[in-house]
Ligand binder design. Structure first.
Ligand SMILES: [Mg+2]
Length: 142
């Protein structure tokens, strides 16, 4: 039944696109009950950081710059001709742009865990606000 719903929705979207109508964004897949949530991942990374000795006295600026360095590592993967979705293993370690993006998220989750930020709630709050904004709000080029 779900496959028919997905197919009907896809066909309606394609028809709207062909008719030159605005196509609404595809609805996000609903999480399955056994899939980790952002809140669960945040709790797990907090436990991991403590277990591995990363729960230390580094300050806000250092932790934020570590998020940036992981993003720079993703860019270095791109500079080394790796495709955005490519994950490869080098010396037993997963590498690639997706892996570095995962590192960015892990750094963010650890930060939020340290400072008791409910990231999942804030993401939902910000997405709700973003939905109220006009198309390409701000009128910037990029
Ligand atoms: Mg990394």
């Amino acid at each position: 039944m779900t496959a028919n719903v997905d197919l009907n929705e896809k066909m309606a979207r394609l028809q709207a696109q062909a008719d030159g109508k605005d196509v609404p964004p595809k609805p996000a897949p609903q999480p399955k009950s056994d899939e980790p949530t952002v809140a669960w991942l945040q709790a797990e990374t907090k436990k991991w950081a403590k277990l591995k000795g990363w729960e230390d006295d580094r300050g806000v600026g250092d932790l934020m710059m570590l998020m940036v360095t992981e993003l720079a590592e993703a860019y270095e993967e791109y500079r080394d001709w790796h495709e955005p979705g490519e994950v490869y293993v080098k010396d037993g370690k997963p590498e690639g742009i997706p892996v570095e993006l995962a590192d960015v998220v892990i750094r963010i989750l650890v930060f939020c865990g340290k400072y008791d930020i409910d990231l999942q709630a804030v993401i939902l709050q910000k997405m709700a606000f973003n939905n109220t904004r006009e198309h390409r709000h701000g009128g910037k080029r990029v």
